[in-house]
Design a protein around this ligand. Structure first.
Ligand code: FES
Length: 161
């Protein structure tokens, strides 16, 4: 019969307990901490931008021919370029023209006219504005910038005041 005897084993500092390995561990911990910080930042930045929307910027121009009178039927709209930003021209069901910035005051999505609601709608987070650009519901914190509309001959001129 074979019996096993306990063999004494000498305990050494081992490969994980040297000064070199401890400093490697510190570097790895620093990388891990940096990764966690970067992950937190990438998560928190969109939350921050959602809570604090960007401010308006200058358009670069004060007036533009947005359309001709033949382009829009009653209860329809057109997105046009006003300087460096999109703008919205609406012809109401009654035939009046309304113009406003098309950049949502929440997170800068482009709004659109909803002929079924006869309101301006932002698809990003279901923001609703009236035809004077006033924010009615949803997250938009401010009204859309409103523009004046002048019909000159066949042209519909939109003016920023
Ligand atoms: S971007 Fe959020 S409601 Fe328009």
């Amino acid at each position: 019969m074979h019996t096993e005897e306990a063999v004494p084993v000498a305990v050494s500092p081992g490969p994980g307990n040297t000064v070199e390995h401890r400093s490697r561990r510190a570097v790895l911990k620093a990388f891990l901490g940096g990764g966690i910080a970067a992950s937190l930042a990438s998560f928190l930045y969109p939350v921050f931008r959602y809570v604090i929307p960007p401010l308006e910027t200058n358009l670069g121009v004060d007036s533009v021919i947005a359309a001709t009178i033949h382009e829009l039927k009653p209860n329809s709209s057109k997105i046009f370029r006003f300087g460096n930003r999109p703008a919205l021209l609406v012809r109401t069901a009654e035939g009046e023209y309304q113009a406003m910035a098309a950049t949502c005051t929440h997170l800068s999505c482009t709004v659109q006219y909803r002929k079924d609601l006869q309101q301006v709608w932002c698809a990003c987070h279901n923001g609703i504005y009236d035809l004077n650009g006033r924010n009615l519901s949803g997250p938009p914190p401010r009204p859309l910038e409103k523009y004046q509309v002048h019909v000159q001959g066949d042209d519909i001129q939109v003016i920023r005041t």
